[in-house]
Write a protein that binds this ligand. Structure first.
Ligand code: HEC
Length: 146
């Protein structure tokens, strides 16, 4: 009687754990379009958008040859190559450069030039890369669609 009770309770607990893990894994999946791209748009695009003419008619090119408005641009990377290595945030300049000391030459965004990502935002970017750097259905920022 008592043993049965314990076994039933344990099975129930195990089942609840499995179910809640399954559910939270779903909720936990970082969305590129909803969670990550808005951070890029706010802090990175001033310098990493397609070439454009400034008010004096001069052509402004993306810094480091890196254009962050489409999946194609993210995958193409910059002049130094790939910026994201799926599963490896520390090897992904897209994340790694944002966690360098703020005064470091290669810190992104450069000090004082755009909004710094908060620690929570950096953690989210890290998680997105750990989860495989999946863009979901996102292909391009509609503002830059030709
Ligand atoms: C004020 C301009 C500016 C902003 C804003 C900016 N960057 Fe940059 N970024 C640069 C410059 C300049 C370089 C090139 C550095 C070099 O070549 O020495 C660069 C290079 C990079 C590179 C390396 C590309 C390569 O292959 O050389 C990455 C990755 C990068 N930026 C990511 C970001 C991210 C992510 C953000 C937003 C959080 C951001 N940047 C915001 C100016 C900017």
């Amino acid at each position: 009687m008592r043993t049965t009770y314990i076994i039933t309770t344990l099975t129930g607990a195990a089942l609840a754990l499995v179910l809640s893990n399954g559910a939270s894994a779903q909720d936990d999946k970082v969305s590129f379009e909803k969670d990550i791209y808005p951070l890029v748009k706010n802090s990175c695009l001033d310098c990493h958008k397609p070439p454009y003419e400034d008010e004096r008619g001069r052509t402004r090119k993306p810094k480091g040859d890196l254009v962050l408005v489409s999946k194609e641009g993210f995958e193409a990377g910059g002049e130094d190559g790939a910026i994201i290595e799926a599963g490896k945030p520390e090897d992904s300049p897209f994340y790694a450069m944002t966690i360098l000391p703020i005064e470091h030459d290669e810190h992104m965004p450069p000090e004082g030039k755009a909004d710094e990502w908060t620690d929570d935002q950096k953690a989210l970017v890290k998680k997105w890369i750990e989860q495989g750097a999946d863009y979901g259905d996102w292909v391009i920022d509609p503002d830059f669609k030709e």
